[in-house]
Ligand binder design. Structure first.
Ligand code: ZN
Length: 234
């Protein structure tokens, strides 16, 4: 089977995966998206991802001409297994190993396995994710060596030539705002502010320069600091 130039983007509705989607649209002939409902406390991200997908078609029509189907996969059973502060109502705390308990053990491994199963059926051999090593959190399943091993596992386990792409791996949040500016100008920045979601608490009633969120949770803090740093440097 000839490897085609078709991609599947892990698209959550957050800032990072939205950037990855645009990155993929600029590179691949055909791009589909996959999102996962794993019992998140707030389904805000899943709603926002739908509005981003419809808005990008009107805001950036040339860029989104290669945008194909969206797939939403129910992994609620996995969320129940993983039991952490993103899937249950309790405060975000840091555990003894230094990871915030927003860490869902093995989440990205599960996501890539599910994405590859779909990609296998639909012949989408390029898998794109917004994992980033420079984040404060240090989630082990966001690291390059984990994803290199994951790619090798998919090769072996499915006998299929998948390539995992992580365009944000080495960027900090200020650099990722700049990447958005470079790829889609102010229209894309505005789209990201209005139609992506990052806040762990699911708050969308407070609008900041950088978008919606509580402004104080670790995810809002990271997004706000990256925005401020980018504004100061540009
Ligand atoms: Zn927040």
């Amino acid at each position: 089977m000839q490897k085609n130039n078709h991609a599947l983007v892990l698209f959550s509705g957050g800032q990072d995966s939205a950037l990855c989607l645009v990155w993929a649209l600029k590179r691949f002939d055909h791009v589909e998206t996959i999102g996962f409902d794993y019992g998140q406390r707030h389904h805000v991200e899943l709603r926002v991802r739908q509005s981003f997908l419809s808005e990008i078609k009107t805001t950036l029509p040339a860029l989104s001409k290669n945008l194909g189907e969206d797939h939403c996969v129910d992994l609620a059973g996995f969320g129940a297994l993983a039991d952490c502060s993103l899937t249950r109502e309790r405060a975000i705390v840091f555990s003894e190993n230094g990871l915030p308990d927003t860490f869902v053990p093995g989440r990205n491994l599960m996501f890539f396995t599910a994405a590859a199963a779909l990609g296998y059926r639909r012949n989408l051999m390029h898998l794109v994710g917004g994992m980033c090593e420079t984040d404060y959190s240090g989630y082990p399943d966001c690291r390059q060596n984990t994803l290199d091993a994951m790619q090798e596992t998919l090769h072996l386990g499915m006998e299929a030539d998948f390539t995992i792409h992580t365009p944000l791996m080495c960027l900090d949040k200020a650099q990722s705002w700049q990447m958005g500016q470079d790829m889609g100008g102010q229209d894309l920045i505005d789209l990201m502010i209005e139609h992506t979601h990052t806040c762990y608490l699911g708050t969308r009633d407070k609008r900041h320069d950088w978008g919606y969120g509580c402004g104080t949770c670790p995810a809002c803090d990271l997004r706000a600091r990256g925005w401020a740093q980018w504004q100061a440097s540009s």
